[in-house]
Design a protein around this ligand. Structure first.
Ligand code: COA
Length: 204
């Protein structure tokens, strides 16, 4: 499980190790069927739904390795627990340079759910965002029926900011939005997080 001096976050039983292209196949194999994919991603003729979703995930992961407009970035992690890879967590910094804002997205394999890992892995990336990188705000979104995702957000302190009804690929796809400010994060108690593998600029 150890990946040398890679950025590693630990919170409770969740160990998050920053992912690179060599982890794409592993993450594709772990992706559960209920992880939302981008409905606008073009589907190759004759591909099964699983093949289509896998192609989308590979393309999404590849996009993380390109610095976005205005210096936007994404930091993906493979989530491990008990020595096994069990999921995925990304810290998204698309609007970090302009707004000091982070977003996030994640999944766990079904057998790893309901044990607190969802809260632990979100806490881990928020500690990195607020306490190490200096974020001012974290935002996230969940489909109205996704109780687990909503509860994870509420447990770490996000507050509901509203419901939007965007039309995506011709279909209304309601989404609840949530926000956690730096001040709220600092006011609340959180599980401890260990961050390893960050070397300050200028230190050999
Ligand atoms: C979202 C997800 C990562 C949460 O992980 P998890 O490890 O099961 O969550 P936790 O065990 O930390 O539980 C967090 C809270 O959610 C609640 N919860 C978890 N699954 C639930 C479910 N199916 N129904 C109702 N509540 C649920 C837990 O009881 C807990 O609530 P509590 O604080 O009131 O006790 C996981 O469910 C998942 O992978 N879902 C599919 C992908 C997805 O929807 N990703 C999020 C959108 S990007």
């Amino acid at each position: 499980m150890s990946r040398g001096d890679r950025l590693t976050l630990q919170c409770g039983d969740a160990v998050l190790i920053v992912a690179d292209a060599d982890d794409d196949g592993l993450l594709v194999s772990l992706m559960p069927d209920d992880f939302d994919h981008d409905p606008t991603f073009p589907r190759s003729e004759g591909s099964s739904l699983r093949e289509h979703r896998e192609a989308w995930l590979r393309s999404w992961l590849a996009s993380f390795r390109i610095l976005g407009a205005e210096g936007g970035w994404n930091l993906p992690f493979v989530v491990w627990s008990g020595g096994e890879p069990v999921g995925f967590q990304v810290l998204e910094g698309k609007h970090f340079v302009t707004r000091a804002e982070v977003d996030s997205s994640s999944f766990l394999v079904a057998s790893a759910r309901g044990k607190g890992l969802g809260v632990q892995m979100r806490t881990a990336i928020l500690a990195l965002a607020f306490d190490v990188l200096g974020a001012e705000r974290a935002v996230t979104a969940a489909r109205p029926g996704n109780i687990a995702s909503r509860r994870v957000s509420e447990r770490v302190g996000y507050v509901w900011t509203g419901r939007r009804d965007p039309v995506v690929a011709g279909v209304v796809r309601p989404i609840d939005t949530f926000e956690l400010t730096r001040e709220q994060w600092q006011r609340l108690d959180h599980l401890p997080v260990q961050v390893d593998g960050i070397v300050p600029v200028g230190v050999a």
